[in-house]
Design a protein around this ligand. Sequence first.
Ligand SMILES: Nc1ncnc2c1ncn2[C@@H]1O[C@H](COP(=O)(O)OP(=O)(O)OP(=O)(O)O)[C@@H](O)[C@H]1O
Length: 255
Amino acid sequence: MTSQSPPTGLRTEGLTFRVGGAKIVEDVSLAVPAGEFLGIIGPNGAGKTTLLNLLSGTVRSTSGRILLGDTDITRLAPHRRARLGLSRTFQTSYLLLGLSALENVRLMAQSRNVKGVGLLRLLTPKDATTAEAREALDRVGLGAAAGRPAGSLSHGDRRKLELAIVVAARAPYVLLDEPMAGVNSEDVEGLTELIRELHRESGATFLMVEHHLEVVLGLAERVAVMHKGELLAVDAPDTVTSDERVQTAYVGELL
Ligand SMILES: Nc1ncnc2c1ncn2[C@@H]1O[C@H](COP(=O)(O)OP(=O)(O)OP(=O)(O)O)[C@@H](O)[C@H]1O
């Protein structure tokens, strides 16, 4: 850890994931101070989602370390990382489409944070988390949709529902994987503002992978650029977009 790094936050040291000879994520060392909003960008196939998978534990690293604050979580299972305060959304929605918005928030938030709680107990309507789940739905503007099946919501509202799950989890570390994916262009601005507010209100550390560069550049305090599995640059949004190496990496794609 460098002398400027605060004692808490999320850190990787030489994080590497290889499959056969392929370098999917290669030697990524990243220090994200507590409370920071870090954007993660890079061309298609750069390794961004795999980096989030390594952080949340759905993929195990080949080598390197991951630290949450002072705790080494490199070998912990996803649910144990969640219990330490790491919450994430997925590029492809993991919502339970047949259940109501409210049930999704209750189930997902609780199942991540409470060990050994059975499904029946989770489905008990009058537990304290129901109120918390309602609050979380209200916070993202979905209060009126609490009883609607998640599958009947628009893509934009499903993204909001995923954010409600993050809100209910009250996690100090939040990983967002392409929160704008599938969202209509007219809904992007509202969702961007919602994410900005949730970050500010929670004081949590946010890491967000997102293809909408204007969204990333507008939200993130720093931007990490990945290319061919490696970390090419980590800097302020303006500095990163004017970096020649970054522009070269994006040749053929819009920056
Ligand atoms: N388990 C795996 N086995 C083999 N190849 C993999 C594995 N996981 C990821 N890859 C490959 O590694 C590369 C990086 O994938 P990843 O999804 O992390 O990139 P990304 O930057 O998130 O891409 P995109 O922006 O297109 O979503 C891709 O070429 C992908 O096919």
